[in-house]
Design a protein around this ligand. Sequence first.
Ligand SMILES: [Mg+2]
Length: 177
Amino acid sequence: MLKEYYPYEYVKSVFAVDYKKLWALGYRGLIFDVDNTLVHHGDDSNEKIDRFFEKLHKMGFKTCLLSDNEKSRVERFNKNIQTLYVCDADKPSPAGYQKAVELMGVEKSRAVVLGDQIITDIRGANNADLPSILVHFIRMPDEKHIGKRRYIEYFVMWTWKHRKKYRYRLGDIRRRK
Ligand SMILES: [Mg+2]
């Protein structure tokens, strides 16, 4: 069933979410995928991302990186952010998500997952029974080729857009410009 791949919400980027609204809804823990969600695949963190996490932490959110990457890659990315992380997560297995929730020390019902891939990030969130926000994957302007998986994602999200029951399940959490 396609619903296993449906996120609760779909936004342009992690910056398109109104985190004050998420906070007001009772959410306290944010689980982030790294590659193509926060930075382009393989990149280190940058000032914008470092500041983003600083802001979230100041608001009171707990954050945790959840990545299939190895420890050295995640630690390198996390150098300035210094947040919690789970590496070698083996998404969509729910174990890593569970571990992320435990590390953050928040109730499971107060955690949200943000990621760019429905087959791993979102499916895993659904397997772990966590709400999720799909963010459009970060793509470089000169990047012409996108993998086959992305076409599957476009198809799944096309069906999502036509199934009201599964859309906007977090309510109005989009940031207004
Ligand atoms: Mg990713």
